[in-house]
Design a protein around this ligand. Structure first.
Ligand code: LLP
Length: 437
């Protein structure tokens, strides 16, 4: 339900363990968020560990072993360990993500390697580490795997060396009905083997004939922040129908489940999503194990970002700008995709939000907007801690050092304890790659 424009923040947009303290302030994981801001500084990403664990566990229960957390949504060693402990595999899509997951102690055979343009070096790194699956995106990549095999580079596993275990990424020709920058299932896409043009069938034949690879299944990922159940269902149906005659053991439907960011939005749960795609696959007669790789659905709702209000500029009959100490460098989603967020004051979570404001960052461009026409309590003042909820996915991970603004710290909170899992950058960090003249 969409509340009146002045309604307090819907509590459903907060992390699972959010509670209200005796002064009306927000607690997450039993920690007072205002105290977290004072202790760790702002901007600060605060992740609710119980929320992350609950979503990982739900994914494993819904899909079974083999479901992978898409680390591009948010990755640090603590996050990799958490997802692994909860029984998830990890989807890594670059050498960098692979390196962090391995450094976290996640066994290589629990990793799924993605990427539409994996280099020879990345493929070699994945094989020698012994990754469990490589999701192959192109004929050029099949060529590279053949070349590596010819050079004697095989997948390292417990039982010795073996061919690369692969899935083939299909492009099913499905519109995901999401922002065009994150839609990937339509024919006009850089990703995967197009089903409608017959490339997909050729890729399957080729992979089955190649001694360099062991084909375990097909994969499709039609986009991210997808609310259309029909699109998710249709994509699963198309790749299942394609896979059925080959009797392959696995079928991955990718990630993409949409989550609620603002009042009035409602997404499926991971459990509901699994039901929809598993039923669609079963209806085709395909008996493969259905796998998935959610990122946003695991991490987005687990975190809030805390900022400090630095300036308030009221322009009568135009708008009120509230500038905070972060911006597009810690959350580029609004400027990239026009994404909407709510805003609220953690000191008064249940207060009516009667004042309409635009939250902007500290970068030198007008596009640096975090929340356009957000609402906050009337008495917002310079020095207040202001928060945006649902920032756990594609916020920190897509952040930058634009204008040499320092990247924020990240804390995990649970049972009244806060642990810093990524420290705030320092000014000296900015000089670490800068080779002195
Ligand atoms: N699998 C593959 C192959 C992917 O490319 C992605 C996301 C996922 C799984 C996870 O999708 P999720 O469950 O998180 O929707 N930066 C954009 C989202 C880009 C998603 C890229 N691929 C955003 O902030 O909305």
């Amino acid at each position: 339900m969409t509340g009146p424009a002045t309604a307090p923040l819907p509590l459903s947009l907060l992390p699972d363990t959010a509670t209200i303290g005796d002064q009306g302030q927000l607690l997450v994981g039993g920690c007072d968020t205002l105290e977290l801001a004072a202790e760790f500084g702002t901007p600060l990403f605060v992740y609710d560990e119980a929320h992350l664990r609950a979503r990982c566990t739900e994914a494993v229960e819904a899909f079974g072993d083999g479901v992978a957390y898409a680390t591009k949504a948010f990755l640090c060693r603590a996050m990799a360990q958490l997802a692994h402990e909860c029984g998830m595999q990890l989807d890594v899509a670059t050498a960098g993500e692979l390196h962090v997951a391995l450094a976290a102690g996640v066994p290589a055979d629990r990793l799924v390697m993605h990427g539409n343009n994996k280099s020879m070096a990345e493929l070699e790194m994945a094989l020698t580490a012994g990754v469990g699956r490589i999701v192959v995106d192109s004929f050029d990549e099949l060529d590279r795997l053949d070349m590596l095999a010819a050079r004697g580079i095989a997948r390292q596993g417990d039982g010795g060396q073996g061919p690369a275990r692969i899935l083939l990424r299909m492009t099913p020709g499905i519109e995901a009905h999401t922002h065009e920058f994150v839609a990937t299932g339509q024919d006009d896409s850089k990703f995967g083997f197009t089903v409608s043009s017959g490339l997909a069938g050729k890729a399957v034949e080729r992979a089955m004939a190649s001694p360099a690879v062991e084909l375990l299944g097909l994969h499709a990922h039609i986009g991210s922040q997808v609310f259309s159940i029909d699109s998710l269902r249709q994509s699963a149906t198309i790749i299942a129908a394609m896979a059925a005659p080959y009797d392959l053991p696995e079928l991955s439907v990718g990630g993409g489940l949409g989550v609620a960011y603002v009042d009035g939005e409602e997404g499926l749960t991971i459990t509901q999503w699994a039901r929809v795609v598993k039923d669609a696959v079963a209806a085709t007669g395909c008996t493969a194990k259905v796998l998935a790789e959610p990122g946003r659905a695991i991490a987005a709702g687990a975190a809030i970002t805390l900022y400090t209000v630095g300036t308030i500029k009221h322009l009568p009959d135009i708008r009120t700008y509230v500038a905070v100490d972060g911006g597009m460098s810690d959350n580029p989603r609004p400027v990239l995709y026009g994404s909407g967020y709510e805003t609220f004051l953690p000191r008064a979570v249940e207060a009516r939000r009667a004042r309409t404001i635009t939250v902007v960052g500290k970068h030198c461009e007008s596009g640096d907007t975090l929340v356009r026409d957000g609402t906050v309590p009337d008495d917002i003042a310079v020095g207040d801690i202001l928060a945006t909820p649902v920032t756990g996915a594609y916020g920190y991970s897509m952040g930058s050092n634009y204008q040499h603004v320092l990247r924020p710290a990240v804390v995990f909170v649970a049972d009244g304890e806060a642990r810093q899992v990524v420290r705030r950058q320092t000014l000296d960090d900015l000089l670490r790659y800068d080779v002195a003249p």
